[in-house]
Design a protein around this ligand. Structure first.
Ligand SMILES: [Zn+2]
Length: 96
C-alpha cells in the first residue's frame, strides 16, 4: 500500500470517527420536547427530511405560542384509544 493511500485512509477514518462522536454527543444531549421548554405549552412536529435522514430518532418541534423551535428526541405519540377500547367505552355508555 502506498504511503499516500494509507494517509488518505487514516484521515478518512479520523473524519468518520469525528462524525460518529458528534452524532453520539447529539443523541446524549437531545431530550423529548412534547411541551415547550420556554412556556411549557404543547409543541408541534415540523418536517425536516434532512434531519430525519441523518438522525431518524430526532425531530424538529415548534411552539405556536412563543415560536420556540428546536430539535428533540422523538417520543411516542400519545396513546390513541384502540378500536376495542372505543367499543368497550361505547358499550359501557351507549347513550353517548
Ligand atoms: Zn413556547
Amino acid at each position: 500500500m502506498d504511503v499516500s493511500v494509507a494517509a488518505v485512509v487514516v484521515l478518512l477514518g479520523l473524519v468518520l470517527l469525528r462524525w460518529g462522536l458528534i452524532l453520539f454527543g447529539a443523541l446524549l444531549i437531545l431530550q423529548p420536547a412534547r411541551s415547550c421548554p420556554a412556556c411549557f405549552r404543547a409543541t408541534l412536529p415540523i418536517r425536516r427530511p434532512v434531519l430525519n435522514a441523518v438522525l431518524p430518532v430526532a425531530e424538529w418541534r415548534w411552539c405556536p405560542a412563543c415560536r420556540w423551535s428546536g430539535p428533540s428526541l422523538k417520543s411516542p405519540s400519545p396513546a390513541t384509544p384502540s378500536h376495542s377500547e372505543k367499543v368497550e367505552h361505547w358499550t359501557a355508555n351507549p347513550d353517548r
